[in-house]
Design a protein around this ligand. Sequence first.
Ligand code: SAM
Length: 282
Amino acid sequence: MAAKKHSHKKSYYNDIALRLGHKLFGVEHLHYGYFEKGKKPTLQTLPSAQDAYVRNLLKYIPAGVKRVFDVGCGTGGVATQLVKKKFDVTCLAPDPYLIEKTLENTGGKVATITDLYENLDPATAGLAPFDMVLMSESCQYIKVEEGWKQSSAFLKPKGHVLVADFFRIKELDRPGLSKSGHPLEYFLQEAANHGFKLKKKVDITKFVAPTMDLYQETITEKIFPVFEGIFEIVQRRYPFIYKILGWMFGKKIRKLHVKYSNQGSEIFSQYKAYMVLLFQKA
Ligand SMILES: C[S@@+](CC[C@H](N)C(=O)[O-])C[C@H]1O[C@@H](n2cnc3c(N)ncnc32)[C@H](O)[C@@H]1O
């Protein structure tokens, strides 16, 4: 039977959103900011908070690691720092635009693969085993069981998986809450089921959650008003088209308003935990 190929469709839409964020706000990294104590979260301080996120993450790379598989590399922001520190890095992302950016940002000093992690065939991928798989805010996009299976296949014995991402820690008990993130307990259980031992578990929610206030504020106070302005012009000039658009998209737009008014740091911290997790293969 032919191996099951995972569809790029869902990741494609995620990647469009990531690309848009990158282009609109000029941020080099596609992950949250790490706002150290006393640092005021603003769009201006976000880039330095994102650099702080990388500095914090790299602290958890175990001694002896040389070959790193940066799975879900975004624009190569983390890979750039890894290259500076002389790690041998292979980057993977399903979006050719992100891979192009990664090559540009790292000066071509990384090997690249354009695909979903789940689609790689360890037997034919032509990759020597890695010392560490890194998933910096990409873990939430990768199917849990398949992800662990892949990491097990691509790692040397005693190799590590370093994850930084948010996870769901509470049942979503009302409408409008974001569903993203794997359930933490399930993720940890699957790690154990695939022979991985949890070596470090650090909760960094309070440092990264302010990013969600910036995200919510940008969408509700900057992006929504642009669309409202466009809709108002259409309403005045083309009332009939406006009626049809309202009929087709009205419900969806109301849903989006509810969704994006439920994304602030307070609600985020009630339902999600942003974790740095280090695992070791048996
Ligand atoms: C939020 S970005 C994080 C990027 C980068 N690691 C960072 O820390 O800035 C998520 C990344 O995961 C990638 N991604 C999404 N689905 C994936 C999948 N199934 N396999 C591998 N990468 C995936 C996206 O293309 C993107 O590069």
